[in-house]
Design a binder for this molecule. Structure first.
Ligand code: 2DT
Length: 191
């Protein structure tokens, strides 16, 4: 339900290579924002709890094989299935901290060789471990694709810094954005 006259929540996305610390930083950020009394939820994509998410999870752990275009569209569908809840939450004043979103969708698929523009359009139309993408050479390609996606809404934090330093910088950026949203910054659509 819209909180009439109330302010909307902020949409905060953390993106980066595998093992860059996004998940730890997101949960610290959640505690920080909750501690200040901002209603906040932590989300992540892929959301492996849905049935589409379970197909993605099987693919990521190499239990199933899927065509590159097919898995790309499943990631996209996995975001679409959460999109109306996302909008409801934001409009009701809840800030969402999201561990990966559409930028991962484009960066990872185009790093595999899918056409960059196709990935962008399809995305919206519709110590490395053992998971499929966790290989150094592939991560280099993902990094290049992230660079090509950079836009002015991005704030870059150097993930090689100490954890506490990263969190400090993140908190500053996020608080600015949370207040801008409170003051009525309109909700817009990505791509
Ligand atoms: P986690 O390790 O963060 O759960 O991610 N990925 C993710 C894509 O290729 N496309 C997408 O749209 C999304 C959201 C990045 C698992 C892997 O899924 C990749 C790493």
């Amino acid at each position: 339900k819209d909180n009439d006259g109330g302010s909307r929540g902020a949409f905060i996305v953390l993106e980066g290579l595998d093992r860059s610390g996004k998940t730890s930083q997101s949960s610290k950020l959640l505690s920080f924002l909750e501690g200040l009394g901002h209603p906040t939820e932590l989300w992540r994509f892929p959301d492996r709890t849905t049935s589409i998410g379970q197909m993605i999870s099987a693919y990521l752990s190499n239990q199933s094989q899927l065509d590159d275009h097919t898995i790309h569209l499943l990631y996209s569908a996995n975001r679409w299935e959460k999109s109306s809840l996302m909008e409801t939450q934001l409009k009701s004043g809840t800030t969402l901290v999201v561990d990966r979103y559409s930028y991962s969708g484009v960066a990872f698929s185009s790093a595999k060789g899918l056409d960059f523009e196709w990935c962008k359009k399809a995305a919206e139309r519709g110590g490395y471990g053992g998971e499929r993408y966790e290989k150094l050479e592939f991560q280099r390609k993902v990094a290049e694709c992230y660079q090509a996606l950079r836009d002015p809404s991005w704030k870059i934090i150097d993930g090689c810094q100490p954890m506490e330093e990263i969190q400090k910088q993140l908190q500053e950026i996020v608080l600015d954005h949370v207040s801008a949203c409170k003051k009525g910054r309109p909700l817009s659509h990505l791509w």
